[in-house]
Design a binder for this molecule. Structure first.
Ligand code: F3S
Length: 397
């Protein structure tokens, strides 16, 4: 790789041990992927924040970088932590876990990372614009940033994202290069899709098809898609297909700049229904956990939820996962009071996948295809995949 004098300086160690280590990580990555140079990034999002995933080994790496003088050079936010930083007791998080999670957050904070723990950074101020090079690691946010915002990022691991934060650089390969953003397969949707549930199912249909191929999908036939539907699709495509980018005719910014591939596959209502049904393996009668907010809920979704819960009482453990800043908006707008009066709980800064709740519930109801996948794989829950309104109905019945 060709490095600039400034990058060589970082690599030499004269800017501190952490910066040197960060540059070593980026150069190693660049060499693996045959990058010829590094490019500046303007925004970083780091995954690997929950102590449940990091453990002592991960925390030791973060502490080493903080002790070595690491300091972020570009705005940097975090993926969800293992708990609501303020309200962890009400969610049944053990005190020893809370203390370890705080140690993780302190290490990030010492490096100047903004302690905003969310998989929807684009909803709370970390919003890159079209063509901007960034280094993000949460898979759903990477897919959303590349596809919907038109920003450019690979799916970074936690250490490589942190390395980008500490140097302001990333190796130029993958989705930073225009030729790697071209679609290879057209998916013609021949059904009306609407809501996070349908878009989650669509992500699973396409994801299963491209899994292992790294092909960028071009999606046609979708008439309209809201921010919330696109974030659901992004999460699902990333989970089931490893996709970091899609184009959607008439909707995403690069779709009109590329040629739809001739190689086509149709997606029918029956395809969507089959994949949706495959995400349910729990009995409705056994639902004891209800979770909305994968990816983190927007304020529009929270408003909708408040309308659905107004004057009702929930009968199951019900978590609403969202970014702290979105929760603050909800407080000010009066939605939190309505939702909490119904007995549902906000779980800001965290989510039902990264919190330490393995085995705590039998069947989880959710509108998120991604949450179903991880709840079953990581947390050993059975799942009931339902539309948003139906999830709420299950909670109050
Ligand atoms: Fe976000 Fe957790 Fe889902 S990080 S995308 S809410 S699994």
């Amino acid at each position: 790789m060709h490095l600039t004098p400034e990058e060589n300086d970082m690599l030499s160690g004269s800017q501190g041990r952490a910066t040197q280590k960060a540059m070593q990580i980026l150069v190693a990555l660049g060499e693996i992927y045959a990058a010829t140079r590094c490019i500046p990034v303007s925004s970083v999002q780091v995954a690997g924040v929950s102590y449940d995933n990091l453990g002592e080994a991960g925390l030791a790496f973060l502490s080493e970088m903080a002790d070595g003088g690491g300091r972020v050079r570009v705005p940097t936010t975090l993926n969800p932590a293992g708990m609501d930083i303020e309200n962890w007791r009400a969610l049944g998080i053990p005190p020893d876990f809370a203390e370890n999670q705080r140690r993780v957050l302190r290490a990030f904070s010492r490096m100047g990372v903004t302690i905003t723990c969310t998989c929807t950074p684009y909803l709370v101020g970390n919003l890159p614009s079209f063509g901007e090079h960034i280094a993000w690691s949460e898979s759903s946010a990477v897919c959303y940033a590349n596809s919907v915002l038109g920003a450019r990022t690979n799916r970074e691991g936690g250490p490589s994202a942190l390395a980008s934060a500490l140097t302001g650089r990333t190796p130029e390969y993958g989705f930073h290069l225009p030729q790697m953003r071209l679609p290879e397969l057209t998916f013609e949707v021949q059904a009306h899709v609407s809501g996070t549930y349908d878009f989650g199912a669509l992500g699973k249909v396409i994801g299963e098809h491209i899994q292992g191929t790294k092909a960028v999908p071009y999606i046609s036939g979708v008439q309209a898609a809201s921010l919330e539907e696109l974030k659901s699709l992004s999460a699902s495509l990333a989970t089931f297909g490893g996709a970091a980018l899609f184009h959607m005719a008439g909707i995403t910014p690069e779709a009109g700049m590329v040629t739809p591939p001739d190689k086509r596959r149709h997606v029918t209502r029956s395809d969507l229904d089959v994949e949706a049904q495959s995400l349910t393996d729990g009995d409705e009668g056994e639902i004891d956990f209800v979770s909305l907010g994968c990816p983190h809920l927007s304020i529009t979704e929270i408003e909708h939820l408040a309308r659905l819960l107004e004057g009702k009482l929930v009968k199951k453990e019900f978590w609403i996962t969202t970014a702290r800043a979105t929760k603050n908006d909800s407080d000010q707008l009066g939605y939190t009071a309505i939702i909490e009066a119904a007995g549902a709980k906000f779980a800001a800064d965290t989510c039902c996948v990264v919190a330490p709740i393995q085995g705590r519930f039998t069947v989880m109801a959710t509108d998120s295809a991604k949450a179903c996948y991880y709840a079953s794989g990581k947390n050993r829950f059975k799942t009931s995949f339902l539309p948003f309104e139906e999830v709420v109905r299950q909670a109050i019945e």
